[in-house]
Write a protein that binds this ligand. Structure first.
Ligand SMILES: [Zn+2]
Length: 231
């Protein structure tokens, strides 16, 4: 994790794990806000961006992963015992923090909250991006895209803004290299005359897809591209 000197005063949270009852202590970074443009998949700018390691915590005793391990929804303790949860907890090939997010994602999925599960899977992808782990990042994004679609089938959305879920889906598909599917979603949304921000994002996505660009880009680039091109 990278911290500027002004951010090194860490605090600690001591809590009792709601699943196993063990006492655990976690590092809490100072409150941070996003100071620049978000990425197209909503990833915040620094310094908030680098606090990601603390968004979800893992009980070192039982492996329960949650934003606050001191709390557990009904059924969470059962999810922690699922074989696929135990496998994911220490899955080789994924960064440890990505495994923590993916375990939280499995709990949310098991409890019937696909939208929350999708967010956790996307956050796992960001951790993989930071570690330069391209294959696991694609696995996380594929899982996030599947969960987003499942959420839609249940009339659940990841974000309230009209067209935002579709914008997120296009980015997930593009960044996993599924360009044809990404272009089809972008074209469908553009056909529906979306609001200017979403239209700008979709037009940027169409250009990135045409260039086979799988990289991270910001919402600011989409805003800039809304300006009419001078002749
Ligand atoms: Zn525990």
């Amino acid at each position: 994790m990278q911290f500027s000197p002004s951010m090194t005063r860490l605090r600690y949270l001591t809590t009792t794990c709601a699943v196993c009852g063990e006492s655990c202590r976690f590092t809490i970074p100072p409150g941070a806000v996003s100071a620049g443009s978000r990425d197209l998949d909503t990833r915040p700018a620094e310094p908030l961006r680098s606090t990601i390691y603390a968004w979800v915590k893992r009980c070192p005793s039982c492996g329960y992963c949650a934003p606050d391990p001191g709390k557990a929804l009904a059924g969470a303790a059962d999810a922690v015992r699922l074989p696929r949860y135990r496998w994911q907890l220490d899955a080789r090939g994924f960064p440890d923090i990505a495994n923590t997010f993916l375990c939280w994602s499995i709990i949310q999925e098991d409890l019937g909250a696909p939208a929350q599960a999708a967010w956790a899977s996307l956050h796992a992808a960001w951790v993989c991006d930071d570690e330069g782990e391209d294959v696991p990042a694609r696995v996380c994004r594929r899982r996030a895209a599947d969960l987003l679609q499942r959420a839609r089938e249940q009339d659940e959305r990841l974000a309230p803004l009209e067209g935002a879920d579709e914008a997120l889906l296009v980015d997930l598909l593009r960044r996993t290299g599924r360009f044809r599917e990404a272009r089809a979603v972008a074209a469908r949304v553009l056909d529906q005359d979306p609001q200017p921000l979403i239209a700008g994002i979709m037009r940027l996505q169409v250009r990135l897809i045409a260039a086979s660009d799988r990289g991270a880009h910001t919402v600011a680039e989409a805003r800039r591209s809304r300006q009419p091109t001078p002749l």
